[in-house]
Design a protein around this ligand. Structure first.
Ligand code: UFG
Length: 327
């Protein structure tokens, strides 16, 4: 298939592109390289550098190739930042997403895989969280993703656009070649690994007074390669069934921030200095997925579920990329 991957130079996008290419698909990556990296694009994929705010650019890309499907990874995606600076979240996640979908529809492309998020649930009433749980985001990031899911439903009803929304819980880990390289880094696992590698003095623990067993936030960490496989399956499902749907993607097991610190200490055999800090605005206490629906309908079978395995892959990638993609 010919697939356009928007945001294919970013963390999760780059691993999905790798998996698509390995399965023989023709991939065109569209990325403005603001947070992504040229080196993160698989050499067998074609890279078009440009921004989704540039409709003329999008029209050119869609005119040059007749795509079978689009995968959309571009987003501003940091929970804390979305609270302090929501404007780019609405611009990137809504306006730019509209441009992409409108251009697809102009060119008759009707299959769309969307990177959605656990953040659209907000503080869950019960865990694990299944697809039907109440959606009440606690931050602008989650609100933009929830709104966009609604927009996709409307586009299905009106124009027959079929979409699969994949709601990631906490993506982590790396493939052999592609991993996480953000500047600045804000995610928990790479930050703790930077402490282990001596690149950072300590990790701040954002809140130890949550209603969780040890007072720190609980998250469901899912290996990026397992996420990438869900995208491939979503694409097959769209092509085969031509039905829109939404799926929660996680392992169904939560780890507190302090448990993640301990797991990194065990994997790296290094002591991690921690410091308690105030809560980060917008953080729900617990996010753990119920992913039975993806297992049943998509036949998704995540196989890299242990936290140790996830952290080990990220640690190996960091070891091979001491300065990230510049190294
Ligand atoms: N945390 C710390 N110290 C840090 C960094 C993070 O204590 O230096 C804590 C956070 O407060 C949170 C947990 O570690 O409780 C995980 O934080 P991350 O920043 O790694 O991830 P988030 O849970 O905030 O968000 C991630 C993605 C979102 C996605 C969400 C879904 O960045 O895009 O997972 O669960 F929506």
């Amino acid at each position: 298939m010919k697939i356009l991957v928007a945001g294919g130079a970013g963390y999760i996008g780059s691993v999905c592109v790798e998996q698509l290419v390995e399965r023989g698909h023709d991939v065109v990556v569209v990325d403005n390289l603001s947070r992504g990296h040229r080196q993160a694009v698989h050499p067998d994929a074609w890279l078009e550098i440009g921004d989704l705010s540039d409709v003329a650019f999008l029209q050119r890309v869609f005119s040059a190739t007749k795509f079978d499907a689009v995968m959309h990874f571009c987003a501003a995606s940091l929970v804390g930042e979305s609270v302090s600076d929501p404007l780019p979240y609405y611009g990137n996640n809504l306006t730019n997403g509209f441009n992409l979908v409108r251009t697809m529809l102009d060119h008759g492309v009707k299959h769309f895989v969307f990177s959605s998020t656990a953040a659209l649930f907000g503080e869950p009433r019960s865990v694990p969280i299944d697809e039907s749980a109440i959606k009440d985001p606690t931050n602008p990031y989650g609100r933009t993703k929830l709104f966009f899911e609604g927009f996709l439903n409307d586009c299905d009803a009106a124009y027959g656009l079929k979409s699969i929304c994949l709601r990631y819980f906490n993506a982590a880990g790396a493939s052999e070649k592609f991993g996480e390289d953000h500047d600045p880094e804000t995610h928990l696992i790479p930050i703790i690994l930077q402490v282990a590698a001596g690149q950072r003095e300590k990790v701040m623990i954002f809140g130890d007074d949550y209603a969780t067993p040890d007072g720190t936030c609980v998250r469901d960490y899912i290996h990026v390669l397992d996420l990438a496989e869900a995208h491939i399956l979503a694409l097959d499902y769209l092509r085969g069934e031509n039905i829109s749907d939404q799926f929660n993607l996680g392992n169904g097991k939560g780890y507190s921030v302090l448990e993640v610190v301990a797991a990194v200490e065990s994997v790296t055999d290094r002591e991690i200095l921690i410091q308690m800090a105030p809560r980060r605005r917008g953080d729900p206490a617990v996010l753990v997925a119920a992913s039975e629906k993806a297992r049943e309908i998509l036949s998704w079978n995540p196989t890299r579920g242990s936290l140790k395995q996830i952290i080990t892959s990220a640690w190996q990638w960091m070891d091979n990329h001491r300065a990230g993609y510049q190294g």
